[in-house]
Design a protein around this ligand. Structure first.
Ligand code: FE2
Length: 296
C-alpha cells in the first residue's frame, strides 16, 4: 500500500498525507450519518462542552463514559448568556465520540477497511486495534480551537503505539481551521504529559494531567505547518507529534473523522480516561475488515 518514500517520510516528519484515500461517496455517507446521529440525539440537562483548553469542564460522567457510547459534545460558543442555543442543534455540535466505529454500521464500514489495516501495518502498527472514533464538525463561525497537543497524552500505551488516522470529510483550509503539525516534532522531545482518571485521588470521577517532560510544545503557529487538504485525504499522525487546529471563523464547516488505533501487543493502563466494559472489547482493523468483506 505505502511506498518506501511514504514510510520514510512518516518516520522523519511524524505525519503522512495520503490524498484520495476515502471516496467521495464514503465521505458523503459518513457526513449524512453524522448529521442523523446529531438529529436523533437528545442532550441531557447536564450539557457537555468540549474544549482542550478547559478539560475540567468536560471531566464529567458523560465524557468519561463516552469511550463506549455515541455522545454529542457541544461547541463552547454554542450557547448565549441565557444558556439557549444560538443556532440549530446541527450547527452547535463540536464532535461525536467515541465508539461509533463499534456501534454504528456506517461508521464501522468507513473504519474497518483492508486499506486502513494495510497502512497501519506498513507503518509498523502490529495488530492494530481501533480504540477511539471522533466525528469533528468544526462548525462555521464557532468551531473551536484544539490546543497544541500530543495524542499519546490522551491515549497512552506502554510502549507508545497510539496512531491517529484523520480523514478530511470536507475540504480543510486555512480559513476553516485545517490541521497544523510540527514536522519532526515526534522526535525532538518525549511525551510532555498524560491525562489520567483521578480515581482514588479524589472523591469524584474527574481527571488530572501529570507532567512527564517540561519541554514546551510549539506555540501555534510557530514551528507548525498547515495541512490544507481536500475531502477524502487521510492524514496519519504519530502519537507523539505536536499538532493543533485553530478556530473556524469562516462560513464553511470543516468536517473530519478520526480513528485512533493502538497495538494489541502494548499495555493500555486502566488509568486512561477511555475505558471499555468487558462486554465491548476493542476490535482489530484487519480482522473486522475481513469479516465485513466476507459478509458482502
Ligand atoms: Fe489530536
Amino acid at each position: 500500500m505505502l511506498t518506501t518514500e511514504q514510510i520514510e517520510g512518516y518516520e522523519r516528519d511524524g505525519f503522512l498525507v495520503i490524498e484520495g484515500f476515502a471516496s467521495a461517496a464514503a465521505c458523503a455517507a459518513l457526513r449524512d450519518r453524522a448529521n442523523e446521529l446529531v438529529d436523533e440525539w437528545q442532550p441531557s440537562a447536564d450539557r457537555t462542552v468540549f474544549t482542550t483548553e478547559q478539560q475540567d469542564r468536560v471531566s464529567n460522567h458523560e465524557f468519561l463514559s463516552s469511550g463506549s457510547t455515541t455522545w454529542c459534545f457541544f461547541e463552547e460558543e454554542a450557547f448565549d448568556d441565557t444558556g439557549a442555543l444560538r443556532q440549530p442543534k446541527r450547527l452547535s455540535i463540536n464532535k461525536i465520540g467515541h465508539a461509533m466505529h463499534d456501534l454504528d454500521p456506517v461508521f464501522e464500514r468507513f473504519t474497518f477497511t483492508p486499506e486502513l489495516a494495510q497502512v497501519a501495518g506498513d507503518l509498523g502498527l502490529d495488530h492494530a486495534l481501533a480504540l477511539q472514533s471522533m466525528y469533528i464538525f468544526k462548525q462555521p463561525g464557532i468551531g473551536g480551537e484544539v490546543g497544541c497537543h500530543q495524542d499519546a497524552t490522551f491515549l497512552y500505551t506502554d510502549p507508545m503505539t497510539v496512531t491517529g488516522f484523520w480523514f478530511a470529510i470536507e475540504d480543510a483550509t486555512l480559513e476553516n481551521g485545517c490541521l497544523w503539525a510540527a514536522p519532526g516534532g515526534h522526535r525532538s522531545a518525549g511525551l510532555r504529559q498524560v491525562f489520567k482518571r483521578a480515581g482514588a485521588m479524589t472523591d469524584h470521577d474527574g481527571t488530572v494531567f501529570e507532567r512527564l517532560d517540561d519541554t514546551a510544545l510549539p506555540t501555534p503557529p510557530h514551528d507548525l505547518v498547515p495541512l490544507e487538504v481536500d475531502a477524502g485525504t487521510m492524514v496519519v499522525l504519530h502519537g507523539l507529534l505536536p499538532h493543533w487546529s485553530g478556530p473556524n471563523r469562516s462560513e464553511r464547516s470543516r468536517h473530519a473523522y478520526s480513528v485512533h488505533c493502538i497495538s494489541a501487543a502494548a499495555h493500555f493502563p486502566a488509568w486512561n480516561w477511555l475505558q471499555r466494559p468487558a462486554s465491548m472489547p476493542l476490535r482489530r482493523l484487519d480482522a473486522v475488515a475481513a469479516q465485513i468483506a466476507s459478509a458482502r
